[in-house]
Design a protein around this ligand. Structure first.
Ligand code: DQA
Length: 145
């Protein structure tokens, strides 16, 4: 299956205007366009979801079983709180790459813990838009494994 589910968590629809000192001026549309271009160049299809709702993200992950070869997720604030998203990833056994625009380990202490990291194949954190592109490269490398 050469397709990947991309999930942007809460508040990421505000990128471009939200805390630009931390997240830069890049918008979610720009990130999505670059992800799609990279995926197309590798003959991979993407489905992209942005949601501010934990349950919607849990449902999307649950429905992904058998339909997607990998998941690329920026769980945003749910990184630090959501046992439900962690359990969903663990339940579907789809290789998952976690990404963050900012370096979560260089910020407030409550961001230093990711509940998602232990069930992800790996994490890319701190490189802005490049975190997503690096994460997508990693996710493509996991397809079929
Ligand atoms: C974030 C980091 C999280 O701590 C934060 O809640 C976000 C964005 C990032 O991409 O750097 O919303 O996931």
């Amino acid at each position: 299956m050469r397709n990947i589910l991309v999930i942007h968590g809460p508040n990421l629809q505000l990128l471009g205007t939200r805390e630009v000192d931390l997240y830069g001026k890049v918008t979610i549309d720009e990130i999505n366009r670059e992800l799609k271009d990279l995926a197309a160049s590798k003959k991979v299809a993407l489905e992209i979801l942005q949601s501010n709702h934990e349950g919607e993200i849990v449902e999307a992950i649950g429905a992904a079983r058998g339909k997607f070869g990998a998941i690329l997720i920026n769980p945003a604030a749910y990184t630090h709180t959501s046992v439900a998203i962690r359990d969903a990833i663990s339940a579907v056994s789809i290789p998952t790459v976690e990404v963050h625009l900012s370096n979560i380990y260089g910020r407030e202490e409550f961001r230093h813990t990711s509940l998602i990291a232990p069930v992800a194949k790996g994490q890319v954190s701190g490189f802005g838009k490049a975190s997503y592109l690096l994460g997508l490269e990693a996710a493509i490398g996991l397809l079929g494994k």
